[in-house]
Structures are given as C-alpha cells and as structure tokens.
Design a protein around this ligand. Sequence first.
Ligand SMILES: Cc1cc2nc3c(=O)[nH]c(=O)nc-3n(C[C@H](O)[C@H](O)[C@H](O)COP(=O)(O)O)c2cc1C
Length: 190
Amino acid sequence: MKVLVIFGSPHRSGNTKKLLNGFLSGLDRSAEIETVSIFDLSPMPCDDCGYCKGADACRKKDLDGFFKSFGMADIIVFASPVYNFGMPAPLKALFDRFQRFFNARSERGVMYSFMKERKGVLLVTGGYDSRVGFDVIKKQCERAFNLLNITLVADIFIPGTDENPVGSLDLCKAKYLAGELSKEFSKNDN
Ligand SMILES: Cc1cc2nc3c(=O)[nH]c(=O)nc-3n(C[C@H](O)[C@H](O)[C@H](O)COP(=O)(O)O)c2cc1C
C-alpha cells in the first residue's frame, strides 16, 4: 500500500502535523509512506499558457518528479491548515497545476494511464470556530479528485485550534480512521 502525503503546513510540529502523525500511526506497518511538503516543493503557479492543451505535459518541469509519485500512490492524504477560508497558496498552486489533466481530457479526450483508481483522505485544521474554510477546501478537492480518479473516502476537520490546539482525542480519531482504511485496503487487495 503506497501512501503519498501532501503536507500543506509550513510548520513541522504544528496542529496539522500532529493530526497527520495521528493518522499515520494508525496505518498498517507495511504501508510505504512518502511525504511531500508543499511549502518545500513550492509549485510554480499555473499561468494558463495553454501548452497542455496540445501536449501531454506541462511546460513547467518543477512537478515532473512529484507527478511520478502521485501516479504510483494507492492512497493520497492531503493534510492542510485553513488559510483565508481556503488552502495555503502553495497547495492552491498545486491544485491549479492539475489543470493539465483537465485540459488533456477536455481538449484531447485523454485520461492518463497512471490514473488508476485511488483513495483520498483530507485532514484539515483551522484556527477559527467555523467550517467555511474546510467546506471550500473540500469542494476544491472533490472537483480535482473527480478529474484525477480519486475517491474521497475520509475527512477530518479540527476547527478552533487558536483556542484549543489539536489534542489526544483528535489523534485517536485520526488513528482509528487510518486503521479502518488499512483494513479495507488489505481486504480488497487480497
Ligand atoms: C495566513 C493565515 C490565514 C489563516 N486563515 C484562517 C482562516 O481563514 N480560517 C481559520 O479557521 N483559520 C485560519 N488560520 C489559522 C490556521 O488555520 C490554524 O492556526 C491552523 O491550525 C494552523 O495549522 P499549523 O499549526 O499546522 O500551521 C490562518 C492562519 C494563517 C497563518
């Protein structure tokens, strides 16, 4: 079971990382986990140059390595804080770069061969006591997942971290969810 984590916080031991660690601790020991920090990757923004309307590639090459891992994963975990009622800028840049797959489908009728059916998990923390940012992120994920042959199988949102940082109950919830996902994966895999 290959798990690709797309980690969307700049903080290596903040709320989102804690929640993510809770989730990862519940995965089956045999899981191969690769984590990509989106603030380190820092994708260049899509500028709608139109290159991908005619070619099987993006003109910008900075994500070529990332897309290889992306294509091989069985489970893709997006872990992110809410920034201004949406995703942090580098994660939004990644989502905009998925446009090459949208254009491949709409302009050339191509569905990428690497796009086997994958499972998606969304882990989000927000400082305020409001669901709005999470709902926006979830909507953005659902649209992209539909294009990328990813089924969103689970999500966890922890609001109000400004007052109450991610705690042990949240970690238990995330761990349990990962355990269930692992069980289901091995059931379907055998
Ligand atoms: C630039 C910025 C914008 C933010 N905007 C929101 C927001 O719109 N809604 C919200 O609930 N929290 C907002 N927050 C708070 C973070 O979502 C919250 O502190 C989160 O748990 C941080 O996760 P981290 O510790 O992993 O970085 C914002 C934080 C920053 C730095």
